[in-house]
Design a protein around this ligand. Structure first.
Ligand SMILES: [Zn+2]
Ligand SMILES: [Zn+2]
Length: 289
């Protein structure tokens, strides 16, 4: 059984429709795939219909934007109730923060001679639940200001670069609590990918005590050494170990569907830990930013 527990559709910053993503997952030989768009469940109903059609198991999920101190941490959440009111309130606040910083980023880019208008960005975002930096990067690629999304982030959009603007992210401890209350299973995405210093074993032990359930270990951003060490930490703390592609369609290179996978036994642990039976039907009303 091949299991990929982290993918994005164009409902966040991927490039595929949720239904196309399910078809591609099937074609890539996957049996189980999680849809984990940033801070939204809006893609679940379409993905579920397509998953049923092609005969693949969808794990409804999302990737929540959180912070731990000054570090940005992404929290994967699986099998959660998407209409749990406190969770919805937190997600709305995150999405509003993401949308709200687009004008400020455009102004800062123009100040350094990169011509990006809000209108171009909204058009580039299309049906996404929130408009964000990947869409700004796409405009910069289209106008020839940079050669790729990665270059746009490295030169302009990452913290410390001239187009960076801070936004609201939910405190990590609060997000772990909300996911648990919503019946879901919280797993830290690429824990040592972007903020390697923040998540020490001691910190992870504290987070486990308040409800963290797993670590995404096998991810493109982790070196073989980091994976080995994280696997040991997960074992010490009794955490589930996952592996995933973090697929973004053509929005991110080297993240092909199924390039990393989750062991079936670990997947079974996630299923056993979930305490809600989330509806992937119309209850997960799409929210357009
Ligand atoms: Zn992430
Ligand atoms: Zn992701």
């Amino acid at each position: 059984m091949r299991i990929d527990l982290h993918t994005h559709s164009f409902v966040s910053d991927g490039t595929d429709a949720p239904a196309d993503l399910m078809r591609e997952a099937k074609a890539a030989g996957l049996d189980v795939v999680a849809l984990t768009d940033h801070d939204t469940a809006a893609g679940w109903p379409e993905a579920q219909r397509a998953a049923d059609e092609v005969g693949i198991t969808l794990v409804p999920g999302m990737e929540i934007s959180t912070r731990l101190g000054s570090a940005s941490v992404h929290l994967l959440a699986y099998l959660l109730d998407p209409v749990h009111p406190p969770l919805v309130a937190a997600l709305d606040r995150i999405l509003d923060g993401r949308n709200g910083r687009v004008p400020a980023i455009c102004a800062q880019l123009r100040a350094v001679g990169v011509d990006v208008t809000e209108e171009d960005v909204r058009r580039s975002a299309g049906d996404a639940a929130a408009t964000g930096r990947p869409h700004i990067a796409d405009v910069m690629v289209a106008t020839g200001a940079v050669g790729s999304r990665d270059e746009a982030f490295a030169k302009f959009l990452n913290p410390g670069r001239p187009g960076y603007v801070r936004r609201y992210a939910c405190p990590l401890e609060e997000a772990i609590g909300l996911v648990g209350q919503a019946g879901g299973v919280p797993v830290i995405a690429h824990p040592w990918g972007r903020a390697p210093g923040a998540l020490t074993e001691e910190t992870l032990a504290g987070l486990t005590a308040i409800g963290l359930r797993g670590l995404e270990v096998d991810h493109q951003e982790h070196s073989p050494q980091a994976r080995q060490t994280l696997r040991g930490i997960a074992r010490n703390l009794g955490l589930v170990v996952t592996g995933s592609s973090d697929h973004h369609g053509t929005g991110k290179v080297d993240h092909d569907l199924g390039c990393h996978t989750t062991d079936p036994d670990e997947y079974e642990r996630i299923l056993a830990l979930a305490t809600s039976a989330p509806s992937t039907g119309s209850a997960a009303a799409p929210r357009r930013g």
